[in-house]
Design a protein around this ligand. Structure first.
Ligand SMILES: [Zn+2]
Length: 228
């Protein structure tokens, strides 16, 4: 189940106190979506995973913490434009603001992570075009973080996630190229690695979906059901 409490948090950028709902626990059930979006209560706790300062607009998983250089990003024209994007669902806008901070301070992996969450929030609000734009930004930054060896997950998993992000953005050629990269990375994984077979099944399923130009949301459970 998902539980949260209301707490007063001081913004790390402007010092203003905000009363915010803070996630205390959540859970997920079963295999995630192909882009690692969890199932179960954790799926619906997306809005609680991001906090926003009502005064300066800073958004972060924890409002009381800001990476060095964040204040300059929050005061930039680019950030101001993102804050004013009323066509974005509110949760998506908060994640986009958080992503811009991470991108601005040179953390592409965390920026990709937040753009992907912005895309999920757009999915939930049926904001199809905005979801696609968020995935395009997520894929760009994920690719950059993989090239720097900073994706924060095994290379084959990072390319599988990238393949799904590209597929759902209807960039099927890019998705297939990412499947190739994932398979090359898998060739180098130890045969005893217990995740190796399941990652192969996921990549094979991603390839099938991309070849069929299927841009819908699919779960990893489907890959295991059809795989081999
Ligand atoms: Zn603030």
């Amino acid at each position: 189940m998902t539980t949260f409490t209301e707490v007063d948090v001081r913004c790390a950028i402007c010092g203003r106190l905000s009363r915010i709902a803070e996630l205390t626990s959540t859970s997920s059930f079963g295999p995630p979506d192909l882009d690692l979006r969890p199932q179960g209560p954790a799926r619906w706790a997306l809005a609680l995973g991001i906090q926003r300062c009502a005064a300066c607009g800073f958004c972060a998983a924890e409002l009381g913490k800001a990476p060095p250089g964040a204040a300059e990003v929050v005061r930039s024209a680019l950030f101001e434009t993102a804050r004013a994007r009323s066509e974005l669902p509110p949760t998506a806008r908060d994640y986009v603001c958080d992503a811009l901070v991470h991108e601005g301070v040179g953390s592409p992996s965390r920026a990709a992570h937040s753009f992907l969450r912005a895309a999920w929030a757009c999915d939930d609000a049926q904001a199809v075009t905005e979801a696609r734009i968020c995935r395009e930004r997520a894929s760009e930054l994920l690719r950059l973080s993989i090239s720097r060896g900073e994706a924060g997950m095994p290379r084959e998993v990072a390319f599988a996630v990238l393949a799904d992000v590209e597929r759902r953005a209807r960039r099927f050629d890019e998705a297939l190229a990412a499947c190739d990269e994932a398979e090359w990375a898998l060739e180098g994984v130890d045969a005893d690695d217990e995740d190796r077979a399941s990652t192969w099944a996921v990549v094979a399923y991603l390839r099938e979906l991309a070849e069929a130009e299927d841009d819908a949301c699919h779960s990893a459970a489907e890959a295991f059901a059809t795989g081999e």
